[in-house]
Design a protein around this ligand. Structure first.
Ligand code: FAD
Length: 460
């Protein structure tokens, strides 16, 4: 009887335990991706980007003599229908950890098990599963550095190689098509522009990792903070859809460590930040939806507002903030330091709830990762565990002097023709005439208002 292999955030052949197990059973394997209740909720850019990943991965599966079956609908019902059509008696997948994905998976597992179907799930999306990293007191970690110390000497095992073939069923079930799904439908911005910046698929991801280790690692610890430098791996886009595994990144980083290469430990630490975000998301599911520290529920952050709209359009009047907001719109990505700056400006100077920014990132990032994004926003806002204290308010101009000393990042994105190519017509943007001459909220005035609100909160 066939095995259904349910793909989710694991669009790769190598280091894929669920696929590997299925391939070894000597039975037909049917790979299936569902556009289900979870992916329906994704923002425009992640939905569009997963479509690119699926197209590339379908080709990779065909090279093994297999196919990718696409179905749209609620996960449990759709899998049940596929089981009825194909006679499959086993469903396998790699586990995920964020609240909505986890709730879906638990429901599917319970439903299929009730039906008498065998369900097997595997670890693959993170280096160390959230419940396997515990403090001395048997709890979970809320602070990064002790988490790092607890895992840095652990061995997640070597990445496993791709199966050499994937037994096909005698009859393939019908598949829907990506064209029917219209995954780019809600991208109000110029898809052609963003597409120039997408690096799609497993081979591309592996090449990116190799180039990064070979050419950028040595200078990574310094260059990763510099706004105008291309000093990082760029792998977040691939990691979020599983076009490469965290374990493959870890193994490459460890090899470089053993060779005594500088930058290697910094890279391993960053990969572990991703694990930490998933650790937090699993242990405290509210991470992605509400203030991690509940005392922030009473803070007078505003909901969506006109100033937040100016922020989204890169029209706050602050050069580095506007440059960054234009970078994200054009490329679907933003430099890490810029993410911290724009998040701080929105949640402090503009006194707008971090969820407004978190949602915007979820709509426009092609490397959107629900755990990393929420952790980053709660860190910047001060409402998260291990967060930057609220009263430590970034001054975007000081930051720009330090991390963009020649203003190259500012000029690159403020002057970007591609931004005007990408924006929807309804935004009515005119180059040179759409940004205010003075910031919509001045740095000093915004800082003071934010600190006042913080003090009134009672413990400032
Ligand atoms: P590199 O510097 O090459 O790092 C390698 C990998 O380590 C990254 O690909 C990523 O998987 C992981 N990593 C690095 N920094 C972090 C971090 N601070 N937190 C968690 N993991 C990290 N990252 C996302 O992947 N998706 C998001 O949606 C996202 N939203 C963010 C929102 C805010 C407000 C902030 C402050 C950060 C956010 N990050 C997010 C984290 C970080 O900005 C990106 O992971 C990083 O910029 C990706 O570039 P890179 O792959 O070149 O990173």
């Amino acid at each position: 009887k066939p095995i259904l292999y349910w793909l989710r955030r694991d669009l790769r052949l190598s280091d894929n335990p669920a696929l590997d197990w299925a391939a070894e059973q000597g039975r037909p394997v049917i790979p299936v991706f569902l556009h289900d209740e979870v992916t329906e909720d994704w923002g425009a850019a992640p939905r569009w980007r997963v479509g690119l990943g699926l197209a590339a991965h379908a080709d990779a599966l065909e090279s093994l003599g297999s196919r990718l079956i696409l179905r749209r609908g609620e996960a449990l019902a759709t899998l049940r229908a596929l089981i009825a059509e194909t006679g499959a008696d086993t469903v396998v997948w790699n586990r995920l950890y964020v609240a909505n994905e986890r709730a879906r998976d638990e429901g599917v597992e319970a439903g299929l098990t009730d039906d008498g179907v065998t369900v097997k799930t595997f670890q693959s999306h993170v280096l160390f599963e959230p419940w396997k990293v515990q403090t001395g007191a048997g709890s979970y970690y809320k602070v990064y550095t002790p988490f790092w110390k607890a895992v840095r000497d652990r061995d997640p095992g070597p990445p496993i190689s791709a199966p050499s073939e994937l037994p096909a069923p005698s009859d393939w079930p019908e598949t829907e098509t990506l064209a029917e799904w219209k995954l780019g439908h809600d991208m109000r911005r110029g898809i052609d522009v963003v597409a120039r910046y997408a690096h799609v698929g497993e081979e591309t991801a592996q090449a990116r990792l190799a180039t990064f280790i070979e050419e950028k690692l040595e200078d990574y610890a310094r260059a990763r903070d510099m706004l105008a430098e291309d000093g990082t791996s760029g792998l977040s886009e691939n990691l979020t859809y599983g076009e490469i595994s965290a374990r493959a990144c870890w193994a490459a980083g460890q090899r470089a460590m053993q060779e005594g290469r500088s930058g290697a430990e910094t890279f391993l630490r960053e990969i572990v930040w991703r694990d930490f975000a998933h650790h937090l998301a699993w242990h405290t599911p509210r991470l992605t939806t509400s203030n991690w520290r509940k005392e922030w529920d009473a803070f007078p952050w505003q909901g969506d507002n006109e100033k937040a709209e100016a922020w989204r359009r890169g029209c706050t009047g602050l050069d580095v903030v506007d440059a960054a907001m234009r970078e994200i719109y054009v490329t679907g990505r933003m430099h890490n330091r810029a993410r911290m700056l724009v998040a701080s400006y929105l949640t402090k100077h503009l006194m707008t709830h971090w969820r407004v920014g978190c949602d915007w990132f979820g709509d426009v990032l092609i490397d959107w990762d629900p755990a990393n994004n929420a952790m980053g926003w709660q860190w910047a806002a001060g409402s998260g565990p291990d967060a930057s204290p609220f009263f430590r308010i970034f001054n975007p101009e000081t930051q720009a002097r330090k991390f963009d000393p020649k203003g190259r990042y500012r000029d690159r994105w403020l002057e970007s023709e591609e931004f005007y190519e990408a924006v929807p017509e309804g935004w009515h943007m005119t180059k040179g005439a759409d940004r205010p001459d003075t910031p919509i909220v001045g740095l000093k005035e915004g800082r003071e208002a934010a600190l006042d609100a913080y003090r009134q909160r009672g413990d400032g």
